[in-house]
Design a protein around this ligand. Structure first.
Ligand SMILES: Cc1ncc(COP(=O)(O)O)c(C=O)c1O
Length: 355
């Protein structure tokens, strides 16, 4: 079976050279006579690999020296708790921008821990609020937002200005897809399974001064950023194979030209699809143009039957997992870094001829 263009929102396509290299190394990593997944996480070889991946990640994302990079587990969803548990004690209050499915989940979760407010709620989630629409509390411990809303296909076209309140950001579906000024953030977190590797690994980038905030009472050690930082993300066994694969993805990313090249590549792919949808007499995209995601393009004909016929025709042409999330219905083309340009071209071609 030839490889398909898999438009899954996550777990998502991996770069093919990464899969082939992992396959070649699966039983014998670097002449050790064992697979990475068989190695003790305390072994000299594995610790060297782990530290090397952190260095590559720092380089790829441009992480400043006053930030820690943590390789954790539990997905982005566990960070919905970890963020308030680690940061809320500063003032006991936090602001959340409720702009989509996961942003709302993060908000609802944080409300269990303290005085948490919606600083913006865009209702139908087809647009990102403007800076002037944010109702910001200068006394908030942090301002949380989801940089790219995977389900609704929106992306923040700017970084919110909060006047010193740290930004806490869910970057699960856009991390490493474009250059980001990390120094503007307090905490960034992301599940790996879209742009970084397989599910099971969660990356957290946190500014050093925030580690001095006392965690809320009862916060487990595994969820305490400071404990994880002090133990090199190895309080317990980390997602060893996932970190190795992240390393391979970062090697690939560097060869491809890094995040600057990725942004160009991702913009090009997304534009192909948005332009075809705009031209199409059948389909429409509800997201206002300035808020459109480069990663997840959501569109629909307005008829379940027509959308289903499109999905069938796409599958027959080697394009799969295009069914949108149940919250929106319709079609969603998720095109992370690893989606080749040909995937977007083929999909745009089908939209153009679909009647
Ligand atoms: C933006 C965003 N946040 C959070 C999540 C949840 O991630 P996880 O399944 O890793 O907990 C997802 C998953 O799709 C996502 O897209």
């Amino acid at each position: 079976m030839p490889r398909v263009f898999n438009f899954s929102a996550g777990p998502a396509m991996m770069p093919e050279p990464v899969l082939l290299r992992a396959a070649a190394e699966i039983a014998d990593f670097g002449g050790t006579g064992m697979s990475v997944m068989e190695m003790s996480h305390r072994s000299k070889e594995y610790v060297a690999l782990f530290e090397g991946v952190e260095t590559k990640f720092r380089t790829a994302m441009g992480v400043p020296g006053n930030y820690k990079v943590l390789f954790l587990q539990g997905g982005a969803t566990l960070q919905f708790s970890a963020v308030p548990m680690n940061l809320l004690a500063r003032t006991g209050k936090a602001d959340y921008a409720v702009t989509g499915f996961f942003a709302q989940k993060a908000f609802k979760c944080a409300r269990m821990y303290g005085n948490v407010r919606a600083a913006a709620d865009t209702g139908d989630y087809t647009a990102i609020p403007g800076q002037e629409d944010l109702d910001l509390d200068p006394g908030a411990s942090y301002f949380h937002f989801c940089h790219n809303n995977t389900v609704y296909g929106t992306r923040w076209p700017y970084l919110p200005e909060t006047g010193g309140v740290p930004l806490a950001c869910d970057m699960s579906s856009s991390i490493l897809s474009e250059p980001i000024d990390v120094s503007k953030f307090g905490v960034i977190y992301a599940g790996a399974q879209k742009n970084m590797g397989p599910a099971g690994l969660t990356v957290v980038v946190v500014r050093d001064d925030l580690l001095e905030i006392p965690p809320l009472p009862g916060t487990p050690d595994l969820l305490t950023y400071k404990s994880q930082a002090e133990n090199g993300s190895m309080i317990n066994t980390p997602a060893t194979y996932g970190v190795y694969l992240l390393g391979l993805v970062l090697d690939w990313l560097e060869e491809e030209g890094g995040v600057v090249a990725m942004e160009k590549h991702n913009r090009e792919k997304a534009s192909l699809i948005y332009d075809s949808v705009e031209r199409s007499p059948v389909f429409a995209c509800k997201v206002e143009p300035r808020s459109r995601s480069m990663m997840n393009v959501v569109f629909s004909s307005g008829s379940d039957e027509t959308d289903a016929r499109f999905l069938k025709e796409a599958a027959a042409r080697g394009m799969v997992t295009l069914k949108a999330h149940r919250a929106t219905g319709g079609i969603r083309a998720s095109m992370y870094n690893a989606m080749p340009l040909e995937g977007a071209e083929r999909l745009a071609g089908l939209i153009d001829v679909f009647k």
